[in-house]
Write a protein that binds this ligand. Structure first.
Ligand code: C2E
Ligand code: MG
Length: 591
């Protein structure tokens, strides 16, 4: 055999040997990979012994699966995804394959992802959590298989559900309420809408429980819950059981107090009939605290806290009260004031202010001695508004200066008319707040009016009233002295209450002292007030002042005060404040 042939045979044998070696090595490596895979799967499998586990290739070929996965996924024919449909939380239906496809990047990049869904099998629905994990087929290639671990989470959900539900009534409880309120807040923040929280608590719950016993009490609570659930459905709201006798309604898109109060009234009316009060002798009433998002607070805790604060206030008031969270009411007051203030300015231009006149009489002769001019606001929507409502606001805002000038001019014009018509000469008392005298040019203004209308200054009496506390006593003193020099008289109003103090008696050039009606209205039954009024009459006389008692509503009070030698009296006993024509009629009859 030629040596070249031997060489070829040797090379061939060598090549075959290398090939065999390669085949052996490759097989070994495949075995190592398979072992690695198997171990990995076994490892995962023991980790998730109660869960379904299967492994699929990128070509969606099933490599292996355990019994649980087989049952869950109907893996009889090694085909995945046909019999299994997953309902996702957004309601979409997916298969395992579409899920893997949709999450391919996450899987490749992060090596795992998980979803929660409901597994729809023939007639059953199983809530599941599915974990997808990618692992490389070999160290060198980018190829990977996917381990899928399916966990049945029905038990877990039951536990969570119970954590968020009341055990007796199965209503969502406080922790669920907090979660839902948070969700609502986010929703409303983006839409700029408001929602209301209504917290109802059974009044005298422990008494009811003691009378009914715990079984009947549970039944009663059950009935309350059914009623509340019915209403909640009707008004598209949610209801929660915060504690055993405490229920929260979350009412979406509510805007006004009236709306919410109407809802509460309907609900409580219905609930109150649930207890047979002829048997128990107890009325079933509910104290109610209300808050609004975002006015009552735009954080969950603050909102809930303020609802509870409102409830506590409602309970303080007694059975069956409704209290709207104070923050909201403050805001409402601010809005109300702002509205009133804007309207007040317009009202002056639109002639909506009018003076009423209330006579005061001489206590000895019974003759009418004069009349107090009292302002009224004829509001186009609200009707007559009392000065008690708008004068303090006018003082606070400074509008009183403008308004005060209107009052003085009206009163002066009235005097002129009476003079021209030869009507009885009666002094008109005009209320003047310290604010007006201190900051304005009132003295000048009065002087000009007296000059313009040429009326007798003695027919004007200025009553010094003060609602907001002493302004600047020194300035006021100077102004009053100047005012007095014009020939008008001065009275100190509301003596004994508020801010009118003894120093005014000393500092201001007064003629009259008016005793506040707070001392007069209940004087018959209040011995303290009898002593005080008696002393005030004496004090006035000691300062050489005439004393008027205001607020006399009956003969008994009149007689008692007359016995103290009080000079004059004003009150409903003689006449209420009247519009000028009616007042003139009264004078015509009386004088
Ligand atoms: P005031 O100066 O003490 O006026 C007397 C108030 O007592 C009046 O209330 C009058 O209607 C009421 N009154 C009189 N007799 C009785 C009675 O027998 N029983 C009861 N319950 N009330 C009686 P009104 O008219 O609501 O005025 C309230 C206050 O508003 C006045 O109190 C005065 O401080 C202020 N006010 C009224 N008009 C003016 C004004 O033109 N300028 C200023 N600065 N204040 C005014
Ligand atoms: Mg007065």
């Amino acid at each position: 055999m030629p040596s070249s042939q031997i060489l070829i045979i040797l090379i061939a044998i060598l090549l075959i040997g290398v090939l065999i070696l390669l085949i052996i090595l490759n097989k070994k490596s495949k075995n190592i990979d398979a072992l690695y895979k198997k171990n990995k799967i076994l490892e995962r499998s023991s980790e998730y012994s109660k869960d379904g586990l299967l492994v699929i290739t990128q070509a969606k070929e099933i490599i292996t699966f355990n019994d649980v996965a087989k049952q869950l996924f109907f893996l009889y024919n090694q085909e995945l995804g046909k019999a299994v449909i997953l309902k996702m939380s957004d309601g979409k239906m997916e298969s395992i394959n579409t899920l893997i496809k949709a999450n391919k990047e996450r899987l490749e990049h992060f090596k795992s992802f998980s979803v929660e869904a409901t597994l729809l099998k023939k007639r059953t629905e199983i809530p599941v959590r599915i974990l997808f994990e990618a692992y490389s087929v070999s160290k060198k290639s980018s190829e990977y298989d996917t381990i899928i671990i399916i966990s049945d989470i029905s038990q877990e959900l039951m536990v969570t559900k119970h954590r968020h539900r009341d055990l007796l009534t199965n209503l969502p409880n406080q922790s669920q309420a907090m979660l839902d309120i948070g969700v609502f807040m986010n929703k409303m923040n983006t839409t700029n809408k408001k929602f209301g929280l209504v917290l109802l608590e059974i009044d005298h719950f422990s008494d009811i429980r003691a009378i009914l016993g715990h079984i009947s009490t549970d039944l009663l609570i059950g009935k309350i819950v059914e009623s509340l659930k019915y209403f909640a459905r009707e008004i598209d709201s949610s209801v929660y059981q915060m504690t055993r006798n405490n229920f929260l309604l979350l009412i979406p898109e509510i805007t006004t107090e009236i709306e919410v109060k109407d809802i509460i009234k309907i609900i409580r009316n219905d609930l109150s009939n649930l207890l047979d009060n002829e048997v128990t002798n107890i009325d079933l009433t509910f104290s109610t605290g209300v808050s609004f998002f975002p006015l009552s607070g735009n954080g969950i805790d603050m909102l809930i806290d303020n609802t509870y604060k409102a409830l506590a206030k409602a309970e303080e008031k007694g059975n069956g009260h409704i209290v709207i969270d104070y923050e909201m009411s403050l805001d409402k007051d601010k809005n109300h004031e702002l509205k009133l203030f804007t309207q007040m300015n317009d009202a002056l231009e639109n002639n909506q202010f009018e003076l009423y006149y209330q006579p005061y009489i001489d206590m000895n002769s019974g003759a009418i001695e004069g009349a107090e001019a009292l302002i009224r606001w004829k509001h186009p929507d609200r009707g007559l508004i009392s000065p008690i409502e708008f004068i303090p606001l006018a003082e606070k805002t400074g509008f009183i200066i403008e308004l005060g000038k209107f009052v003085v001019e009206e009163a002066v014009k009235q005097q002129k008319k009476w003079e021209l018509f030869d009507f009885h000469k009666l002094p008109i008392a005009i209320n003047l707040s310290l604010r007006e005298i201190e900051s304005g040019d009132m003295v000048d203004f009065v002087a000009k009016l007296l000059n313009k209308y040429q009326i007798n200054p003695a027919l004007l009496n200025f009553e010094i009233t003060e609602n907001i506390g002493m302004v600047n006593a020194e300035v006021a003193k100077k102004e009053f002295i100047a005012l007095k020099k014009l020939g008008v008289s001065l009275a100190l109003d509301d003596f004994g209450t508020g801010y009118a103090s003894f120093s005014y008696l000393r500092d201001f050039p007064l003629d009259i002292l008016k005793i506040d009606l707070a001392f007069i209205s209940n004087i018959i039954e209040n011995e303290e007030h009898q002593k005080i009024v008696k002393a005030m009459v004496n004090l006035g006389h000691n300062f050489d002042l005439k004393v008027i008692a205001k607020g006399i509503e009956d003969k008994e009070t009149h007689d008692l005060i007359q016995s103290y030698k009080c000079d004059m009296a004003q009150g409903y006993y003689f006449s209420k404040p009247l519009p000028v024509f009616e007042f003139q009629e009264l004078i015509r009859k009386e004088l």
